[in-house]
Every structure is written in C-alpha cells, then in structure tokens.
Design a protein around this ligand. Structure first.
Ligand SMILES: [Zn+2]
Length: 252
C-alpha cells in the first residue's frame, strides 16, 4: 500500500517531467483515491483500458498517452465524458507521462524497444534527445533493410512498412517510438543507415529514397508497449504494490 502522493513522487523522481517540453500535462492527470495497492499500466487511457482496469480492481493507471493534449477544446463531452466518468466514478488515479516515458535511458519506450529488438544504444539525437542511436547488441549487422524489417515483424508481431535502401548492410540504426516520423532527418544527420519509428507520413518516403537511409514504420502502438509496464513494474516493486500491464490491441 502506498499513498497517491508517494506514487506521484516515485514516478516523478524516475521520469523527471520538469526536464521536458511536452504536449500535455505529465503526472497525476485525474485524481482518485488517496491509497493505492494495485496499478494497471497501458499505452493509452482509452475507454477499453479504463474498463479493463476497473475489472482488475486497479487503484491507479499509468499510461503513455493520457487524456489531455495541447490543442483540445476542453469540453467534457462524448468520449471524454465517458472516460472521465468511469475514472471518477471508480475513484481511480490516472497518471500519464508522455515524452519523459519515451526518454528514460533504461525503462523508457525507446530503451525498452531497443532491448526487445536486441539493439544497443550508444548515442542520442534529435529534439530533446528523444532519438536513440545504436547497433545490434551482438556486434553484427542486418544484411539489408528486408532483414531488419523481418526482425521487427517477428518481434512486434505486426506488418512493417519499409522504404528506401533496397541493398546494403544496416549497421547504425536510429529509433524513436510512436509518431516520430519527423525525427527522420535528424537520424539521417546522425549517420544512421536505417530509422525505425511507429508511423510514416508522405515526405519520409521521398527522403528515404533520396538519401539511401531506410525508413521503417512498425506501428505507433506496437513500438510504445514497453515503457509504461517497465516503469510501473519498477515503482510497484519499490513501493510494494501489485502491477499488471493490460495491452489493448491497436492496429495503428
Ligand atoms: Zn505515442
């Protein structure tokens, strides 16, 4: 058992949200009960995740994508009303950390995706140093872009979109989870042979063809499944809480 404030302090001291310029508030987004015994972690504070957390009798939820983002109009109607009503009605705390959860050097989305892919990070690049740069942890290289795409598909269990660099071994790999397609140019400048992220937009296909640096989009959700459970598991162990990760499948 821990208090909601102890939990907030534990997340904050691990993730250092004050160091980031973010698109929404990090920390306790919706206040619930004062005492917490059970945490559920997930990627997004969707209605399905909140319902699953209620089913699991969670006192707190930790997510990467919270409820509040810059640019929303602020009305509590429709889907927002339903999500908030479920949280408030069951007195569940909602903790959300966006960029701090991408960035943590060991437990964050990027670090944990790298771990799952067998990549070793040796540097960082891009805005707020969110991009990770490295190579295979075993010292080897991928024979070509297709070999890297096959590896991603095997590990993440979903199709991968790949563009550019039809031939040539892949040694240096840049990666940044989620919707980080705008980090591609910084990855190119950092000397990557390939860049992995969740999503691709129109311009990146051309950059990949024209620079010879491969672009691989492996799914926003699929690439961001690892940070929240890693952080929640660490904090739950430190504070003596129960923790469970609930994955709500998302094709995007
Ligand atoms: Zn994301």
């Amino acid at each position: 058992m821990a208090t909601q404030q102890q939990l907030l302090q534990a997340f904050d001291s691990l993730l250092q949200p004050a160091d980031f310029k973010d698109y929404g508030p990090n920390g306790l987004q919706v206040e619930g009960k004062a005492e917490v015994a059970r945490i559920v972690s997930g990627v997004t504070a969707s209605r399905a995740l909140i319902e699953a957390a209620i089913e699991a009798r969670a006192d707190a939820i930790l997510v990467h994508h919270g409820l509040f983002w810059r640019g929303q109009d602020g009305r509590v109607t429709g889907w927002m009303k339903h999500r908030l009503a479920l949280l408030l009605g069951h007195d569940i705390n909602l903790f959300a950390y966006h960029l701090p959860l991408d960035a943590h050097p060991h437990l964050g989305n990027n670090a944990q995706l790298g771990l799952n892919l067998g990549l070793q990070a040796t540097g960082r690049f891009g805005d707020q140093e969110l991009g990770f740069l490295g190579q295979r942890g075993d010292g080897g290289a991928f024979a070509d872009t297709q070999a890297l795409a096959d590896h991603l598909q095997r590990v993440l269990g979903r199709p991968v979109v790949q563009v550019g660099r039809p031939t040539g071994a892949i040694h240096r790999i840049g990666w940044c989870t989620g919707g980080a397609q705008d980090y591609f140019e910084a990855a190119i400048a950092a000397g990557a042979d390939a860049f992995i992220t969740g999503e691709i937009s129109e311009p990146q296909a051309h950059y990949a063809r024209e620079t010879g640096v491969a672009f691989l989009a492996c799914g926003h959700h699929a690439s961001e499944r690892y940070g929240a459970p890693a952080v929640a598991a660490r904090v739950a162990a430190d504070l003596g809480l129960e923790h469970q990760f609930i994955d709500i499948d998302n094709p995007a």
